[in-house]
Every structure is written in structure tokens, then in C-alpha cells.
Design a protein around this ligand. Structure first.
Ligand SMILES: [Zn+2]
Length: 414
């Protein structure tokens, strides 16, 4: 079978590491569910060694056991050292997928570890971590070469071969600083795929404005090297510094750009019509407006003002649009309340809350104590979000109150 391109979204890991930004555990959960609905292969859903994440991670694995988000793979991110892997399994015993990350470049050996680690030590740490992960029941081990784009190719090959020999299923090539361009990443990833002989993931950043371009060039390299490609994305491109490769832009670039999609195909069934919904949810959750010129989901993507363009697009949209707005799930009018508004907040009472849910056609349980229990959860969710919840979140809390309770529980130093 001809190799394909799969999407691994890292919004819930790289996105939340971004300075000045964060997500509640309920928001992270909604993102996992929406990514599953969109057909994304994997969500890097968080940090199993971070204490305040563990209830959320366990609750999301429980949701999956219950049949919610049936298709997506939920993978945790840990440092590639044996202690972290052991701690991850202690805190999240049912975790089945891990990405083990360690820096591989000479810059990091000298600049970060100040020469305390050699490259052989790095391979030793990573292979030990992979062995422990396997022993503890990890079904899918990915190994990340951090700062791979500034790492010598022969070293990367050695790193990848060692990872493969110790049971890893994928090698993540991290262009941690956004240093690659489409030409360099293509060459390197192609050689890596050929010489290591395992699927390659590309993790690209936008410091030079090329995250999406380097991602698809890297994916082409992996496939031309005979291996499946995995692209790391984030929703709306939110990620450290200048951000990561935007999920929707990557799908558009792969499927709509000149002569690309005929040979280099997306694996799985990606539902582009979910793009608008997920982008708007993440805009709300991070509180970061989508730029008006954001590919596909920006306010101006299908707006035409100049005479020649407006005339042309009215005669035939293909004159000035590469793809239709309907394909992204746009075009439905949205409802904005301009009169009296009752919202659910951290000090809401049951009568107002029944009204809010009634407007969404959600019946609260008739039993007063059951309805009050849900209201109490909604109040706590508001305390954490500092903003009125959106419909998807309110529906989720009503449908899965026990899971919502887990997501909202924060006990330092249990
Ligand atoms: Zn990153």
C-alpha cells in the first residue's frame, strides 16, 4: 500500500505550553472529542507526569472506554527518561500511547546540558525509557528527537535505529525552532525514512513563517523515502512562540495545492466540514481571535470587495476562490442574542439554569437534587473558565456529570 499522511494534533500539549495561554481540563476534553469527530489520527492530550493533568487524562481514557471518541489515539508526552515513564504509568495507569522526548542536537548538549550528557547518554536514556514503557504495557511508543533540524544526520539515523530496535513505532523529527525550510526538511526526512525504515513524524514551528510548508515538504520526504508520514498540527496554529503548523491549513495544503494531493494522500477520513466548528471553539477557549486572513476560517477568506473580484466570483466562485466555504462547515447563520440574556455562571440558580438549558432543548433531570448536582458542576466549570460556557460544554456536563466532576477536581498534593 502506498504510504499516507496522518495528522497528530498537539494543541493540548504544545498549544497549552504557549506563554500567556492556557485551557481548562473541560476545554481540553472538548478539543479531544472534536478532533475525533474530525477524523484526526491522534491527539497529544497532555502530560502524564504533571499532577494537575492526571485526573483529566484518566477521565479522557475513561470516556474512550465508554465509547466516546472511539477512533482517536490519545497519547501522552513525557521526557525520554525511565523515571518519567514509570511516573506516567503510576499516575495514569491505563495510558497506552506515549511520546518520549529528548534533545539530540549539539547545541542542546552544549547549551542546555552544558556538556553533562554525551550523545551516547541521550541514546541510553531514550532506549531505557522505551524499554520501561514497553514493559509497563505501552502499545504505541513514539520517540521525539527535539531540535532534530539542528542535529547531525548520522546521529539522527543512529537515534532512530536505536528507537526502532527498542520497540518504537515512529520517529518524530522536531523542527523545534522553525529553522528548516521546505527544501532542507524534504531532503533530511527522505534520507531518515530510507535509512531508519520507520514512519516519520514532522513537528514544525512558524518562526520563519513556514510551518505548514515545511510540514508538507517533510511529509513528502517521508513518503518518497517509502514510509508513512505524520504531521503535527495545532488548531489555529497556536503553539510556542510563533506557533505550530495550523491543522486546517495543513489539510487544505495537502488536499488543495497544485499537484500534491493526487500522490500524497491523507490517511483516515478527515472531515474538513468540521474545520469551522473546531477553529471557533479554540478561538473561544484560548481567547485568541482567529486572524481575519487565517486560511479557510478567517473572516475575510470568502469576502470580496473590489469590483473585478466581486463581479468574477459572482459569475463563477472558482474565478477567485480555490475552495468553497461550505467545505469548511461555513455558511450557517449564527445566532447572537441582542435582547435579554440569561446565562449560566458561577453564581447561577436552578431556575435561570433550567431556562438556559431549555433554550438548547436540553431537559434537566426532574429530580431536584440531580438537577442541582449538574448546576453545581456548571458553576465550578465557570469558576475555572472565567467566562460563560458554550453550548458544547454545557451539553457535555449534562451528559457526563461523573466525568465532568473528575475534570473539575483540583486537589494539590493528593
Ligand atoms: Zn513544539
Amino acid at each position: 500500500m502506498f504510504p499516507k499522511i496522518y495528522l497528530v494534533d498537539v494543541t493540548n500539549r504544545d498549544g497549552v505550553q504557549t506563554a500567556h495561554l492556557g485551557l481548562t481540563k473541560l476545554e481540553k476534553t472538548m478539543i479531544n472529542i472534536m478532533l475525533d469527530e474530525m477524523g484526526v489520527h491522534q491527539s497529544e492530550f497532555g502530560f502524564p507526569t504533571t499532577r494537575h493533568e492526571s485526573r483529566y487524562l484518566r477521565a479522557n481514557l475513561e470516556l474512550q472506554r465508554m465509547g466516546v471518541m472511539p477512533n482517536i489515539r490519545l497519547a501522552g508526552w513525557v521526557r525520554a527518561i525511565a523515571e518519567d515513564v514509570e511516573l506516567a504509568f503510576k499516575m495514569v495507569p491505563n495510558i497506552k500511547s506515549l511520546n518520549l522526548s529528548i534533545s539530540t542536537s549539539e547545541q542542546m548538549i552544549q547549551g542546555k546540558w552544558q556538556g553533562r550528557k554525551t550523545f551516547d547518554d541521550i541514546i541510553g536514556d531514550m532506549t531505557q525509557a522505551a524499554d520501561v514503557a514497553k514493559k509497563l504495557g505501552c502499545e504505541s511508543i513514539g520517540v521525539n528527537a527535539e531540535d532534530a533540524s539542528r542535529t547531525d544526520l548520522d546521529r539522527l539515523v543512529r537515534f532512530g535505529q536505536a528507537a526502532k530496535a527498542h520497540g518504537a513505532v515512529r520517529l518524530r523529527y522536531c523542527d523545534t525552532l522553525g529553522y528548516d525550510n521546505p527544501f532542507t526538511i524534504y531532503e533530511t526526512v527522505k534520507l531518515l525514512a530510507e535509512r531508519v525504515g520507520m514512519p516519520i513524524e514532522v513537528h514544525c514551528h512558524g518562526d520563519l513563517g513556514m510551518a505548514v510548508a515545511t510540514s508538507i515538504a517533510g511529509a513528502k520526504g517521508a513518503i518518497d523515502g517509502g514510509q508513512d508520514a505524520y504531521i503535527n498540527t495545532t488548531i489555529n496554529g497556536i503553539g510556542e512562540r510563533a506557533g505550530n503548523a495550523d491543522l486546517v491549513s495543513c489539510v487544505l495544503a495537502i488536499t488543495k495545492s497544485k499537484n500534491f494531493g493526487e500522490k500524497y494522500r491523507l490517511g483516515g477520513d478527515i472531515k474538513l466540514h468540521k474545520a469551522w466548528e473546531i477553529a471557533k471553539f479554540v478561538e473561544y477557549a484560548f481567547g485568541v481571535p482567529i486572524p481575519i486572513n487565517q486560511p479557510g476560517v478567517g473572516a475575510n477568506c470568502f469576502a470580496h470587495a473590489s469590483g473585478i473580484h466581486a463581479d468574477g466570483v459572482l459569475k463563477d466562485p472558482q474565478n477567485y476562490e480555490l475552495y468553497g466555504y461550505e467545505e469548511l462547515g461555513r455558511g450557517e447563520p449564527t445566532f447572537v442574542e441582542t435582547g435579554r440574556e440569561i446565562c449560566a455562571g458561577e453564581y447561577s440558580g436552578i431556575s435561570g439554569f433550567r431556562h438556559v438549558m431549555g433554550k438548547m432543548s436540553v431537559e434537566l433531570p426532574a429530580a431536584k437534587d440531580k438537577a442541582n448536582e449538574i448546576l453545581e458542576l456548571v458553576r465550578y466549570a465557570n469558576v475555572q473558565a472565567h467566562k460563560p460556557l458554550v453550548e458544547e460544554e454545557l451539553r457535555f456536563i449534562c451528559q457526563y456529570p461523573a466525568i465532568a466532576k473528575e475534570l473539575l477536581t483540583m486537589i494539590p498534593l493528593e
